[in-house]
Write a protein of this length. Structure first.
Length: 93
């Protein structure tokens, strides 16, 4: 059973922005570089890396997306109270 997930994310204000960023990543741009350039979250200085987290540590929509996807997968946009996230699951344990 997965008890922790490691994820990186890119946070933007609109779904349109999120879709444009997701396209850049799907077209081959580096997730870390795109996060540093476009994310509004302070984690952008680390390429969007949020580190390891367990259940109950993130807002429900974000947690659900992170825990339901495999490592290496980029998902989004995921809407939360903070805006729209593009999430990359980087580890599961």
């Amino acid at each position: 059973m997965v008890t922790q997930v490691r994820a990186s994310h890119i946070l933007v204000k609109t779904e349109d922005e999120a879709n444009k960023i997701l396209k850049r990543i799907n077209d081959g741009e580096d997730f870390t570089a795109v996060a540093k350039r476009f994310s509004s979250c302070p984690s952008r200085k680390n390429g969007g890396d949020l580190g390891w987290f367990g259940k109950g540590q993130m807002v429900p929509e974000f947690e659900k997306a992170a825990f339901e996807n495999e490592a290496g997968k980029v998902i989004g946009p995921v809407k939360t109270q903070f805006g729209y996230h593009i999430i990359k699951v980087t580890g599961r344990k």
